[in-house]
Design a binder for this molecule. Sequence first.
Ligand code: PRP
Ligand code: MG
Length: 175
Amino acid sequence: GAEVAALVASRVVDVPDFPKPGILFKDLMPLFADGPVFREVIDGIVAHYGAGSFDVVAGVEARGFVLAAAIAYATGKGVVPIRKAGKLPRDTFAASYALEYGEATLEVHRDAFIAGHRVLVVDDVLATGGTAGAALDLVEQAGGTVAGFTVVMELGFLEGRARLSPRTVHALLTV
Ligand code: PRP
Ligand code: MG
């Protein structure tokens, strides 16, 4: 809990004015590049939920993919991509959202989930919650049940958690 949070806090890299002036970008990739740190992050997420609480893991493109695959492998589950518009080859559901910077659309394959399967949705950062809200809507549209939404870092001041309410959010670190 607190140890993983401190580790994340000490290793996140702040990048001013990316991708636009005025945005302080939180780069978590340096954490993922460090083997022991990455393992702590994945183990922390798995310990929070327990492998018995979900059937499949959905990762949000692009940085959520890194986490989702590792969580899925560690727990013997499968991994499903929630992608930016236009990337998936078969019939999709789509959900648009306003990002902290700009607007975007996410998609998931219509047949991505077995009906009623419990889906753990994963991303690296929760900021305004637009991405997460769209991702969770897509899971439900595609017949999955949201088992949880988890991020490594939550930017509390952007109030994404409130926006997602009554859905719950797990964050290893909230800043
Ligand atoms: C970043 C981040 C989250 C999202 C959070 O992704 O990885 O997915 O923004 O912002 P929000 O809570 O305000 O929606 P981005 O859209 O930059 O794309 P990427 O992961 O493909 O780099
Ligand atoms: Mg992202």
